[in-house]
Ligand binder design. Structure first.
Ligand code: CAA
Length: 380
């Protein structure tokens, strides 16, 4: 058993930490307040290889492993969870899907610009009536010559208003239910695709989540991902891997809040001494650090299992479940340690607290993770 990161992994972590602290941190609070999309930072993440960390170099990626990918998302999110999710969606919900299921032509023409950061990807499964019940799709795709014609509404499309490609699920054969769903690689710049609204959100406000409409929107048949009817399985396989990214995001958020709170307890004095000297505070810090370590180990182990070609569905869900609940717990405690200052936007912990909540919801709620874990336990 080996608990040491490789030299490459350590170097990547250091590089991402420096980028996040030097380039991301100064504007994080302002971007959060204004809901401002970080165009320049997204471009820089592409230049640094952070939009296709685990994609093969032959397709424009950095060619690293999934542990490295988790490290990158963790370090981005330690400073700004919005950067974490923008990168995570592109890496694991879009690039990974095309690398796994795409044709050579799709990999050459679409994966390569996505992984190198020249294009940005989004993933579109959720609908007004299809959240946790992802199979309840209503969007339709009807074959017409060499195209499919899409009509429908999609919700919660992260990166939607800046995306150059959307991995989109729609029903080609409604009578077949879950086996009638097909995946497409849509070009949202074509006519018939529009942004209905950009959500006004509690957290990750600098990353945009959109409702999008498709109105007689055409997708050429070569952009179908996999076969007709395989879309649901493709979406589920993608989410299995994506959940490792969200677990890493949650670890990063928790770590950022913990470090801020730890530093604060060293400088904040009450009753004539720094507050970390009070046992109640010290014990809270101890619990925060312990839970973060456990969440991090679960996350790295899930990524490592994926790298080894082992089953990782249960492990990814366990990591996401535990890390997201840890992020919520740690950020709540961080505000408590700051007292009323923690409730103020002058300090960073209220942002971490707001950002943490979504990790318990997207890419499958905590309840869905428990469902996946319990099914896998019985299966094995
Ligand atoms: N991996 C691979 N295949 C899977 C799978 C998994 N985790 N889960 C299900 N499948 C397959 C099944 O094997 C089955 O195929 P077969 O019949 O050939 O065996 C098929 O999919 C249907 O499976 P189920 O009957 O189990 O489907 P279900 O409807 O009962 O439940 C669910 C599925 C697990 C509840 C699923 O709907 C789910 O994961 N829901 C959560 C949705 C989700 O995570 N949404 C996130 C939206 S994306 C997002 O947040 C994006 C963002 O921008 C950040």
């Amino acid at each position: 058993m080996e608990f040491q990161l490789t030299q490459d992994q350590q170097m990547l972590r250091e590089m991402v930490r420096q980028f996040a602290e030097q380039q991301g941190a100064p504007s994080a609070a302002m971007r959060d307040e204004a809901g401002l999309w970080p165009s320049e930072l997204v471009r820089q993440m592409g230049d640094l290889g952070l939009m296709g960390v685990a994609v093969d170099e032959a397709y424009g990626g950095a060619g690293l492993d999934y542990v490295s990918y988790a490290l990158a998302i963790e370090e981005l999110s330690r400073v700004d969870a919005s950067l974490g999710v923008i990168a995570s969606v592109n890496n694991s919900l879009v690039c990974y899907g095309i690398e796994q299921f795409g044709t050579p032509e799709q990999k050459r023409d679409l994966l390569t610009p996505l992984a190198s950061g020249a294009m940005l990807g989004a993933f579109s499964l959720s609908e007004p009536g299809a959240g946790s019940d992802a199979a309840a799709q209503k969007s339709r795709a009807v074959r017409d010559g060499n195209d499919y014609v899409i009509n429908g509404i999609k919700n919660w499309v992260t990166n939607g208003d800046h995306a150059d490609l959307i991995l989109l699920m729609a029903l080609t054969e409604p009578s077949r239910g879950v086996k009638g769903i097909t995946a497409f690689l849509a070009d949202p710049h074509q006519p018939g695709c529009s942004i209905v609204k950009v959500e006004h959100k509690l957290g990750i406000r600098s990353a945009h989540s959109c409702q999008m409409a498709y109105d007689n929107f055409r997708i050429p048949a070569w952009r179908r991902l996999g076969e007709e009817g395989q879309g649901f399985k493709i979406a589920m396989s993608i989410l299995n891997a994506g959940r490792i990214g969200i677990a890493a995001q949650a670890v990063g958020i928790a770590q950022g809040a913990y470090e801020a709170a730890l530093n604060y307890t060293k400088v904040r004095e009450q009753f004539g001494r720094p507050i970390h000297e009070f046992q109640a505070v010290g014990f809270t810090l101890a619990d925060m650090a312990t839970r973060i370590k456990a969440a991090r180990l679960l996350t790295y182990e899930a990524a490592w299992r994926k790298d080894q070609g082992l089953d990782f569905i249960k492990d990814a869900s366990m990591a996401k479940l535990f890390a997201s609940e840890t992020a919520m717990w740690v950020t709540t405690k961080a505000i408590q340690l700051y007292g009323s200052n923690g409730y103020s936007k002058e300090y960073p912990v209220e942002r971490f607290f707001r950002d943490a909540k979504i990790t318990e919801i997207y890419e499958g709620t905590s309840e869905i993770q428990r469902l996946v874990i319990s099914r896998e336990l019985v299966r094995s």
